[in-house]
Design a protein around this ligand. Sequence first.
Ligand SMILES: Cc1ncc(COP(=O)(O)OP(=O)(O)O)c(N)n1
Ligand SMILES: Cc1ncsc1CCOP(=O)(O)O
Ligand SMILES: [Mg+2]
Length: 485
Amino acid sequence: MREAQQYPTALTIAGSDSGGGAGMQADIKTMQHFSVFSTNVVVGLTAQNTLGVQGAYPTDPAAIAAQFESVMTDFDIRAAKTGALFDGVRVSEVARNVERFHIKQLVIDPVMVAKGGAPLLDKEGVAAMKRELLPKALLVTPNIPEAELLAGLTIQTEADMAEAAHRIQELGVPNVLVKGGHLEGDEVLNYALLGDDSFVLKGKKVHTARKHGTGDTLSAAITAMLARGISLKQAILIGNDYMNHIVAQPLFIGHGHGPLNQALWPNPNQRFNNTNELDFSCQLVVGLENVGGDRAKLFSLVKEACLAGVTVVQYREKGTVRPSFLEELAVAKVLKEICRKTKTLLFIDDNVDLAIAADADGVHVGQDDASVQSIVKKAPELLIGLSISTMAELEASQAAMPDLAYIGVGPVFKTTTKKDAKPTIGLEGLREIKEAATVPVVAIGGINEERAQAVYQHGADGLAVISAITKSTNIAKTVQRLCKD
Ligand SMILES: Cc1ncc(COP(=O)(O)OP(=O)(O)O)c(N)n1
Ligand SMILES: Cc1ncsc1CCOP(=O)(O)O
Ligand SMILES: [Mg+2]
């Protein structure tokens, strides 16, 4: 199957909101924004706007089953989520179909009451959810009133949230995210209990009524990321950042509880695009250290290399006298501008904060730098390159692979440019790592014009050089010879 046909697909099992801000409409918009195709089982209609729910019309259970049949027999559903399920009959029908079609990655947003106060799940529905649906789910994302109902306790503090999460876990769902937006205070605390692991996510509380659809949007974002193969924990961390960002900039639509703008995400989809489409074939790694500290020389060299066809520039400062953060930022911003003109990707070595501040495309980190997981949490929009020098490092980094744009493998040959370089791995070492790698391999270390083609022949998808370009007397010709024949 061609890559373009492997667009991840998810399913939302929810109610329609005629106002467009919540329910299935919020799910579809959010999933699309995360580059996931959304299929739907409509469990009911609501006549609704930003002022409230004027009517609710549950779907015939036979129509629910028929929709499941249509979707599940055609699409490769990687993850699903539920929203408003109305009553016990519909919850049972959904649970039956989840079982029938072996839906594994199921996120339950246990929608019980709409923003304006209208009930969206009756008493039997709550009982059926506890009994039949939660044990089939991967994650449940209750807000405070929903968690109180599911856990049977009053929640006022973080400790209460933790207690509620544990009680809900006992109902058979392994992972629980209690959303604390309804609690007093200037911060929103979300409590996550993932198996035995627990953590608290914080966000600034935005005091606005324009938050219609927040629960649907968060659970849809998490579901979309699961469909893309991102781990549950990272999906929750990214989803939390996403919500903090979009809640702060609501849409001024309607006269009541206004909707969110799901498309508001910095550098939309940059991170989630098919990274296979990005070109990591020829990378110039460079800093002031490599050009005698001469800024003008650095800029003209990078410009020439970009025009000659390098596909990535990595800004890397390693000299004994390091420029200050602000000096590096000033340089990085000029590099960004140069790269923008030729559509060349700009990466920053080691420094995630600098990459964020300079609006770089990515960051390259070594084994002892910031962890891939922490970068994803802090800056989900950044592409990430990770250094790998041995098979053991590759194996130890398996969990990070879905989040990587490429791995930098080497040093392949002896190099004097990097003082603390690890032992060389040679062309055979490069081949061995390439055969086990699941992301593009960028070879580095002692590569020059003469050696470039052998590097490709041993499996490299791309190469990265410092001295081959910084010491070249004819950059255009050098870049041409470094490219794959
Ligand atoms: C493409 C590429 N591969 C490897 C490295 C080395 O990064 P790291 O291990 O962090 O070492 P330093 O560059 O920080 O000395 C790289 N920068 N780029
Ligand atoms: C940054 C780095 N990482 C491994 S080797 C190396 C230096 C590459 O420099 P050169 O291309 O001049 O050998
Ligand atoms: Mg490093």
